[in-house]
Design a protein around this ligand. Structure first.
Ligand SMILES: [Zn+2]
Ligand SMILES: [Zn+2]
Length: 237
């Protein structure tokens, strides 16, 4: 009914959607998504441009693997994430998860991954936004991977400032110790390989803090999956 009254526009470029375009983001924007180029590092999924991987240095040894769909940059890479995160378009999570589901993983990760764990928001931010964007992504991806989402194994121990304007060192200090695994989750976590989900990874400080908390809670090995990845020095996007 609403569609008849209000013509639907793309959440990124605001172009009016054709009748056969069912999504929140138009086909033209999806076609221009700045996907991470190949070749990529087998472990961290970062483009290597034919050199040895430097991005892996961000990841501690208990992190098996990381994957992202696109650069979190430019109109489309940032626009899709913003639509999900700030504009309340949670239906875009399903379109993003369709791209997440096409990422390739080493066989051991595919065989071992027990559950998806979204990065929890602080209670304050969740109240403001009304939902956790990482949990939306996790749920949409879990349907495709046919594994559960464990959305309450991690808790925020404190509210942290938004990471957007912080230097790498400040990001680390800002989130270190900001998460803990709940006591009640110990049985689930024991020995498990779990995949932590976030919308964007920059320095991996937040994901690493989650991974450390999950390992302290009994998990054996952790992988990461995010929709966007911030380009680092030397990346071409
Ligand atoms: Zn568009
Ligand atoms: Zn790497």
């Amino acid at each position: 009914m609403l569609e008849l009254l209000l013509p639907r526009a793309c959440a990124v470029c605001e172009r009016l959607l054709d009748h056969d375009e069912r999504g929140v983001v138009c086909g033209r924007c999806w076609a221009r998504l700045p996907v991470l180029p190949w070749p990529q590092c087998e472990r961290c999924g970062h483009p290597t441009y034919g050199h040895a991987c430097r991005w892996c240095e961000l990841l501690p040894a208990h992190v098996r693997c990381a994957r992202s769909v696109c650069w979190a940059n430019g109109e489309i890479g940032l626009g899709t994430v913003h639509a999900l995160k700030y504009q309340g378009w949670h239906r875009v999570a399903d379109e993003m998860a369709a791209r997440l589901a096409r990422l390739s993983w080493p066989l051991d990760v595919i065989e071992e991954r027990r559950a998806l764990v979204p990065v929890p928001l602080s209670a304050k931010r969740q109240r403001e936004r009304g939902y956790n964007q990482s949990e939306r992504l996790a749920r949409a991806l879990a349907d495709r991977w046919r594994i559960p989402v464990w959305s309450d194994v991690l808790a925020r121990t404190r509210h942290t400032e938004t990471q957007t304007r912080l230097t790498p060192g400040d990001r680390l200090r800002n989130v270190s110790g900001a998460f803990r695994a709940r006591e009640s989750a110990r049985n689930m976590l024991r020995g498990a390989h779990v995949v932590v989900v976030d919308d964007v990874v920059t320095t991996a400080a937040t994901l690493n803090a989650c991974a450390a908390a999950l390992c302290a809670g009994g998990a054996r090995i952790i992988s990461f999956v995010t929709f966007g990845r911030a380009p680092a020095l030397g990346d071409r996007w």
